[in-house]
Design a binder for this molecule. Structure first.
Ligand SMILES: Nc1ncnc2c1ncn2[C@@H]1O[C@H](COP(=O)(O)OP(=O)(O)OP(=O)(O)O)[C@@H](O)[C@H]1O
Ligand SMILES: [Mg+2]
Length: 269
C-alpha cells in the first residue's frame, strides 16, 4: 500500500528539504523501495538543488498549470523519481489540486515523499491534504517550537494525521528544549532526533543527498532508523546498544510504536 508522507514545518530553514531528500534516497537505496519525491514548496522550490537537478524542463508547476501530466514531469535521480519545482514561476496556481494531480501515479510507488513550503497558506495546506501521514520538522528552540505548534494545530483542524516530530539540528542540550518538553508541548511523539551534522553542508555542496554522500554520518543513521519503522524493518543497533537489555531511548520506543501503527491507524493525537 502506497504511503504519501508530507514533511512540513511553518518555519523556513529547519531542514524539511534536506530531510525529505534523505528519507527518499535512503528508502530507495537502502530499503529497495519505489519512491516518488515531490517539491511542493511552490514559491521557493529548491529540492532540485539537493537532488542535482539544476535546470528542470518540466516541473510540478507545469503539472498544476495543467500543461502536462504528472508522469511526464518525473526525472530519475539517485534511484528516486523526482518531480522538481520551477525555480521561478510568476503565476499563482491551484496548489490544492496537488493531491488530484498525483493520484494517477500513486499505485506505482511504495512511498511518495512531499517536501512542503513553510508558508501558512494553501501551499502547506496542499501538502497536508495530499498526504496520508505528516512529519513535522522542528529545531529545539522556543521560536521554532511556537511555529511547530501552529503547524500541529492546523494539521489537527484539517483532520490530518501527524505521524511524529523530527527534531533537527540538535547542538547543545544545555541551551535547547529537550525531547520531553517538545513532546509535552505538542502532544505528538518525537520519532527522530537528528544532530547538527557537518556532513549535511558538505553533501548539499556536492548535490548528493546525505545518505548517499555519507551513509554512516549521524544524520544518515537517524534517517535510516526512522525509515526502518516506515518499512517495517528492524533498526540497526550499534554494538554497544545491542549489549543493553533495556531501551531507554524514547525516540526509539516511539519508532517501535510508529512501526506497529503506520499501516493501521491514522495517527490522531
Ligand atoms: N542536521 C543538520 N545539520 C547541519 N545542517 C543542516 C541539518 N539539517 C539541515 N541543515 C542545513 O540547514 C539549511 C536549511 O535546510 P533546508 O533547506 O532543508 O530547510 P527547509 O526547512 O527546507 O527550508 P525552506 O523552508 O527554506 O525550504 C541547509 O543549508 C542545510 O544544509
Ligand atoms: Mg525547503
Amino acid at each position: 500500500m502506497t504511503k504519501t508522507i508530507g514533511v512540513i514545518a511553518i518555519k523556513g530553514g529547519v531542514g524539511k528539504t534536506t530531510v525529505s531528500a534523505a528519507l527518499a534516497t535512503d528508502l530507495a537505496n537502502h530499503y529497495g523501495k519505489k519512491v516518488l519525491l515531490v517539491d511542493a514548496n511552490f514559491s521557493a522550490p529548491n529540492l532540485g538543488l539537493h537532488m542535482d537537478i539544476l535546470e528542470p524542463e518540466k516541473t510540478i508547476h507545469h503539472v498544476l498549470d495543467r500543461k502536462i501530466h504528472a508522469k511526464s514531469a518525473i526525472q530519475e535521480k539517485f534511484g528516486v523519481d523526482v518531480i522538481p519545482g520551477e525555480y521561478i514561476y510568476n503565476k499563482s496556481l491551484p496548489y490544492l489540486k496537488l493531491k488530484d494531480r498525483l493520484r494517477p501515479l500513486k499505485e506505482n510507488y511504495d512511498f511518495i515523499i512531499i517536501d512542503s513550503s513553510p508558508s501558512l497558506n494553501d501551499e502547506v495546506l496542499s501538502t497536508m491534504l495530499a498526504s496520508d501521514a505528516l512529519f513535522v520538522v522542528t529545531t529545539p528552540d522556543y521560536p521554532t517550537l511556537s511555529c511547530t505548534l501552529k503547524a500541529a494545530k492546523l494539521a489537527k483542524q484539517r483532520g490530518k494525521p501527524i505521524a511524529g516530530i523530527i527534531i533537527n539540528k540538535t547542538r547543545d542540550p544545555k541551551y535547547e528544549l529537550n525531547l520531553r518538553e517538545i513532546e509535552d508541548s505538542l502532544d505528538i511523539p518525537v520519532v527522530a532526533k537528528i544532530p547538527d551534522d557537518k556532513q549535511v553542508i558538505r553533501s548539499i555542496f556536492s548535490r548528493v543527498p546525505v545518505p548517499l554522500y555519507k551513509k554512516n554520518s549521524p544524520f544518515s543513521q537517524e534517517i535510516n532508523r526512522l525509515n526502518a519503522a516506515l518499512t517495517q524493518n528492524k533498526e540497526k543497533k550499534s554494538f554497544l546498544q545491542a549489549l543493553i537489555p533495556f531501551d531507554f531511548n524514547k525516540e526509539r520506543i516511539n519508532r517501535e510504536i510508529l512501526k506497529k501503527s503506520f499501516y493501521t491507524n491514522t495517527f490522531q493525537h
